[in-house]
Design a binder for this molecule. Sequence first.
Ligand code: NAD
Length: 253
Amino acid sequence: MNQLFQLSGRTAIVTGGGGGLGLGMANSLAKAGANIILMTHNEPKPGVLEQLRSFGGTVHSITADLSDLSKISDIAAEAIKLAGGKIDILVNNAGIIRRTPAADHALEDWHAVLDLNMNSVFYLCQAIGRNMIEHGSGKIINIASMLSFQGGINVPGYTASKHAVAGITKSLANEWASKGINVNGIAPGYMATDNTTALRQDEKRSAEILGRIPAARWGTPEDLAGPVLFLASSASDYVNGHILCVDGGWMNR
Ligand code: NAD
């Protein structure tokens, strides 16, 4: 059983891996033996790389603005070089949210969200996917959302982007399953991170949300440790184009 979830010798890229859900997933992959390349918007906080290294694999970081699409192929090439030529796992986690009612949603916010949450996800999948196709194997995990399925409130750009993440995931899964690449998604429910600070500070919305979660608590980055390991490892070799909800039962309700 352990062998099924073993990642020793494999290299994983985690975007937005400096904190929040990304760091939770990077920790899980590193504990299973993976070498980690974090892609972070800003320099990682002190201690983050050291903690990941304590699990035994190599750890590198690339600091870049992934919403600058003109840089994606250079960033991917740098990661492939750091990995010694082969990337095994790509976790597309970096994402932003802009909360304004649809009638007032600024064009700038719309584009910022779509550039990072949708466009960078496709172009990074493409750039790293080419490397995986060359080697005949790979695991891509795109971080979706409950708003890959539902409409949300006051976040039209985010909802559009996360529906697109589900679409990109299924589309690439169909093309690449026969090439040894599994493309899947994780749809986190309501998780306690920077992404949801505003929601958790709004007493009314916070209570409404909590009241609808069957597990009766907000999720944490640690709640993604098992699901990401499953989708990054041989345990999921016959799972393609699936969006796994990790939501304390929210979607079921
Ligand atoms: P977070 O704000 O803590 O993390 C987002 C990460 O993206 C940060 O590390 C940030 O540095 C990075 N990032 C932002 N702009 C970037 C850019 N231009 N270039 C590169 N990196 C950039 O929030 P989180 O909750 O950890 O979010 C992680 C992912 O999970 C996001 O895709 C988010 O949409 C998704 N998600 C979160 C929740 C939740 O409840 N927290 C629910 C569903 C989905």
